[in-house]
Design a protein around this ligand. Structure first.
Ligand SMILES: Cc1cc2nc3c(=O)[nH]c(=O)nc-3n(C[C@H](O)[C@H](O)[C@H](O)COP(=O)(O)O)c2cc1C
Ligand code: SF4
Ligand code: SF4
Length: 275
């Protein structure tokens, strides 16, 4: 591998952490690295042009959190708008909150193969559950940790040293036939957002919600209004200093549901590399 491209979306920071470990390990292996954060306002066009020009010896690493068992819309939109490529390798990676990693890796792998990439590897990394910021003992607490980082570096070292053959897409579908069928239905459906409302008494129009939104979905008019690109990361709700953004989510019920799903799926190992 000569040149690597690392693209990711990371509302709460775990996927960014993994992307940074990947980039650092690649550089230690003398690989040139280009990075794109899909949550920033950066224009993806130069990154995509460099990717197209890379040819053989190029590898695209794509990272997404798992939301509702699938990859997040900004990542899938990025993959779907990529031009077809030839001779390039790809490595999808996800962080998940300990409930289930669902079909996210498989979904990203399928989109990458559809564009002509060869799947050289993949990674699933446990992260603190980002819907549990207001819970005393969130699922995935403390992750990604040092051992997760070690596994990511191992994956990169093996790929950079050329010790990898192409992966089959089936390897990335870890769900049972029954669960896989249920989740697969979500892949074709629209992304349903939770409605959010502003408490006019509390909102100071400070603009924090605009700054922390990774989808450019919030505008002040003069109170915040939410646009169609929202994908429910809850950064705005979490970061609002006045707790002025309300949603119908009952966090106690949600946290209970997350714990029950973690027990039901009991997905092991929580962090895994595929190569
Ligand atoms: C709306 C939403 C849905 C989520 N759905 C799942 C899920 O289905 N399974 C799971 O294990 N974690 C789920 N999570 C947790 C995230 O996948 C996990 O915390 C991830 O590491 C967050 O990545 P980030 O820190 O890069 O944003 C969800 C989080 C959010 C905000
Ligand atoms: S972060 Fe909260 S207080 Fe600030 S503009 Fe947004 S909703 Fe209003
Ligand atoms: S509007 Fe809020 S919940 Fe929606 S994507 Fe932006 S920060 Fe996330």
């Amino acid at each position: 591998m000569k040149t690597a491209f690392v693209v990711y979306c990371s509302p709460a920071g775990s996927t960014r952490h993994v992307a940074e470990v990947i980039a650092a390990s690649l550089k230690e292996n003398s690989v040139t690295v280009h990075t794109l954060d899909l949550g920033s306002a950066a224009d993806p066009a130069p990154f995509v042009e460099q990717l197209q020009a890379a040819g053989e010896g190029g590898c695209l690493f794509v990272g997404s959190p798992v939301y509702r068992d699938v990859a997040v819309p900004p990542v899938m939109a990025f993959l779907n708008q990529l031009p077809p490529v030839s001779g390039l390798a790809a490595v999808p990676f996800v962080t998940w909150g300990g409930a289930t990693s669902g079909l996210a890796l498989w979904q990203m792998g399928q989109a990458l193969q559809g564009k002509g990439f060869v799947l050289a590897g993949a990674a699933k990394v446990l992260g603190i559950h980002s819907m549990m910021w207001n819970d005393d003992s969130p699922v995935g607490q403390g992750h990604p940790d040092a051992d997760d980082d070690r596994q990511i570096r191992e994956l990169v070292d093996r790929l950079a040293q050329g010790n990898a053959s192409s992966l089959s897409l089936d390897t990335l579908d870890g769900l049972s036939a029954e669960d896989s069928g249920e989740v697969r239905k979500k892949l074709d459906g629209p992304w349903q957002n939770v409605p959010k409302t502003i408490d006019e008494e509390k909102c100071t129009q400070c603009g924090t919600c605009v700054q922390v939104c990774p989808a450019g979905a919030v505008a002040l008019d003069p109170l915040p209004v939410f646009g169609a690109t929202c994908f429910d990361c809850f950064n705005c709700v979490r970061e609002c200093p006045e707790s002025a953004i309300a949603s119908p989510v009952n966090f106690e019920v949600l946290h209970d549901k997350i714990r029950k799903r973690a027990e039901k799926f009991n997905e092991k190992p929580p962090t895994q590399i595929f190569v």
